[in-house]
Design a protein around this ligand. Structure first.
Ligand SMILES: [Zn+2]
Length: 166
C-alpha cells in the first residue's frame, strides 16, 4: 500500500501515514480528502477513493525542533537521487555526498553544505569549491523542513505530493 501525505490545517506538510490510517482519519472526520488516486478501494457494496493527500481539519501543534537527521540517506532523498552538479541519476549506490565547501577547507557537515553528487562530478571537483572547479549547483542545498521528504523517493504518488511539499 502506498503512503498518504498528511497536511496540517494550515496546508503545511505534517506527516506521512499508511492508507489505512488515513482512511480512519477521514472516516472519523478528523481529516478531509484533498487528493485521491484513480483507483478505488472496494469493500462489500461500497467503494471509496484511495487517499493520496489529506488535510487535518484542526490544527496540530508541531514540536519546534522536529529536525530531520542528517545522513547519507536523507541527503540523497532531499536531492531526489540526482547529482546536484550534472543532473545525473546513476542510482543510490553510485551517488556520493559532496561537501560544497570541502571539509579540508573548513566545510562543515550541515544540510546547507552537503549535496548528492555522482562519482565523476565528485572526483572532478576534488578539494575545490564549485566556483574554483567551474561547476554550478543546480540548487542551493537547504535544510529540509519536513520529514516526508525522506520518504519521497519511494512514494508512488510523489508527483501529486510535490506541489504540497515545495
Ligand atoms: Zn554529476
Amino acid at each position: 500500500m502506498s503512503a498518504v501525505l498528511v497536511l496540517n490545517a494550515t496546508y503545511e506538510p505534517l506527516s506521512v501515514v499508511s492508507v489505512q490510517r488515513a482512511i480512519v482519519l477521514l472516516l472519523k472526520e478528523k481529516a478531509e480528502l484533498l487528493e485521491a488516486a484513480e483507483a478505488r478501494l472496494r469493500a462489500e457494496n461500497t467503494s471509496m477513493p484511495v487517499p493520496v493527500v489529506i488535510r487535518m481539519v484542526y490544527y496540530v501543534r508541531v514540536p519546534r525542533n522536529l529536525g530531520i537527521p542528517l545522513s547519507r540517506r536523507t541527503v540523497l532523498a532531499r536531492d531526489q537521487y540526482t547529482c546536484q552538479y550534472c543532473g545525473a541519476t546513476p542510482g543510490r549506490a553510485d551517488l556520493t555526498i559532496d561537501h560544497v565547501l570541502p571539509r579540508s577547507r573548513g566545510g562543515v557537515t550541515e544540510w546547507e553544505n552537503v549535496v548528492a553528487a555522482c562519482r565523476p562530478c565528485n572526483q572532478h571537483k576534488g578539494n575545490r569549491t564549485p566556483k574554483e572547479a567551474g561547476m554550478r549547483l543546480r540548487r542551493e542545498p537547504f535544510r529540509p523542513r519536513f520529514i516526508a521528504l525522506t520518504f519521497l523517493s519511494d512514494a508512488q504518488n510523489r508527483e501529486i505530493w510535490r506541489k504540497y511539499l515545495y
